[in-house]
Design a protein around this ligand. Structure first.
Ligand code: CMC
Length: 432
């Protein structure tokens, strides 16, 4: 087939069922799916739809927050490369950037950090229901429920049309997610909850609420910095599974606590934010270098996945994984090297040179090394997805805020291709 170059930003489609041609506008490299509906075989026909399970090739929104080029391994927040943000910024500054589109001035940053500090405490009743969880409840399940419940403390959260109130909920969510995440961990240990402290930075506060015994806790600044970098790397990833969940649930105009709770639910799964926990369990299960070949054979035979490898969008390398490897070195300098590191490195080496992984463009993702850092910080595996959720919260609220103001957005409601039985009559139970 030869194509004649033209300047027209349109797509011509010929429907071979009818012989009719249609010209559809192309904008930003996309056609409008609803433009296909005019393509019908007759008046009674519903019109053509696209079938796209798992949204492999469907843009659900226009967004100015995060740019990601999976082939080139590029990730930018509001245009700023992730490498520069990880090297020079802080998590709270990045949160401001994601929400408001620009880096804050020194005064704005001071105000923002102060606001987050003002809202880091939770109502005492939250403490009571956190105590009600079973002793072995998964911290991510606790966080999910606690964030949903948090919405009941703020009836003003339902006024999503009010920009000032949206800002307030964003601040509350970013500030309290960390408090609740740390408290979920303390509950699993049966230790008293530690209250946040205005004098500490965001990340130092989190570490203190996790590990402080009595009045004493001093975080090593190098470890605090490494965790802050990890939070930055997790802060947004455009329309991933959990962000899509936040947008989709939020499109019903529910309060943002309910929408973000849905995001936490999505993140909980082992293919998404639960992958870092799964990586560590996998490394522990492999245990020694001798077990690696048999494990890899099992992966290639399709018995299981090499957790922490592969990504829906990054098909070359995950830029976050490169930064994390460096953070890993910094942390191990302080804590000593994890025995699991050599297993992870060996798995990576084999995978990067093995036809199975190369052909499928499977590379280490953000979760392959993050678990090792968390482990070195003394954080147990079931807390890993909670850390991911704390990091992702600014992204969720920024995407939610953008969605609410997008006049093109409506309640999210995909179509389906029905493949069930044709209409039939009810059969009385005695005749079945
Ligand atoms: N180990 C072994 N094989 C894999 C893996 C893996 N980790 N990932 C994908 N494949 C294979 C898969 O079996 C399939 O092979 P075939 O074509 O022979 O059937 C092929 O690669 C394509 O896989 P897919 O499932 O169609 O790819 P996807 O884009 O739908 O899935 C993924 C992306 C991240 C869910 C998947 O790569 C995976 O399950 N990885 C392990 C879990 C993981 O590390 N998740 C964290 C993702 S990054 C953090 C985040 O943002 O959530």
């Amino acid at each position: 087939m030869t194509t004649q170059p033209t300047n027209a930003e349109t797509l011509t489609i010929t429907d071979n069922r009818t012989g009719q041609s249609y010209e559809l506008p192309i904008s930003d490299g996309t056609i409008r799916a609803t433009d296909l509906r005019q393509i019908k075989t007759d008046d009674a026909d519903f019109g053509l739809m696209t079938y796209d399970p798992a949204f492999m090739n469907t843009a659900s929104c226009r967004s100015a927050i995060t740019f990601l080029d999976g082939d080139a391994g590029v990730l930018q927040y509001r245009g700023y490369p992730i490498e520069q943000l990880a090297a020079k910024s802080t998590f709270l500054e990045v949160a401001y950037l994601l929400l408001y589109g620009e880096l804050p001035s020194a005064t704005q940053l001071d105000g923002w950090v102060g606001e987050i500090a003002d809202h880091m405490f939770v109502h005492e009743n939250v403490r009571v229901f956190m105590e009600g969880f079973r002793y072995n409840a998964h911290p991510m399940g606790m966080l999910l429920s606690a964030i949903g419940a948090l919405g009941t403390f703020y009836p003003d959260a339902s006024k999503i049309g009010d920009a000032d109130l949206r800002h307030l909920q964003a601040v509350r969510l970013i500030a309290k997610m960390r408090t609740l995440g740390a408290w979920a961990f303390r509950h699993t240990l049966g230790q008293p909850f530690v209250y946040p402290d205005r004098e500490k930075s965001y990340t130092e506060n989190f570490l203190a609420m996790m590990f402080q015994i009595g009045n004493k806790y001093e975080a090593d600044p190098r470890l605090e910095h490494a965790l802050d970098v990890l939070f930055i790397l997790h802060a947004d990833q455009e329309q991933n599974c959990s962000t899509s969940a936040v947008r989709s649930v939020g499109s019903s105009q529910v309060d943002p606590y309910s929408a973000v709770a849905a995001g936490i639910g999505a993140l909980y799964g082992p293919l998404h934010g639960g992958a870092n926990e799964a990586v560590l369990r996998m490394l522990r299960r492999i245990g020694t270098q001798e077990n690696i070949p048999a494990f890899m054979e099992g992966v290639k035979a399709g018995n299981e996945r090499l957790m922490g490898f592969g990504h829906r969008v990054y098909k070359n390398f995950d830029p976050r994984a490169t930064i994390i490897k460096k953070a890993c070195d910094d942390v191990f300098e302080v804590t000593g090297v994890s025995p699991l590191l050599s297993i992870a490195q060996e798995l990576e080496q084999i995978a990067l040179n093995d036809e199975y992984f190369v052909a499928r463009k499977l590379y280490p993702n953000v979760d392959f090394y993050s678990g090792l850092i968390y482990e070195a910080l003394g954080i147990p595996a079931e807390m890993f997805p909670v850390l991911f959720a704390i990091g992702r919260t600014p992204g969720w609220v920024a995407q939610w805020n953008e969605m609410i103001q997008d006049t093109e957005q409506k309640i999210s409601r995909p179509r389906q291709v029905y493949i069930g039985p044709a209409a039939r009559d009810y059969v009385a139970i005695e005749n079945r």
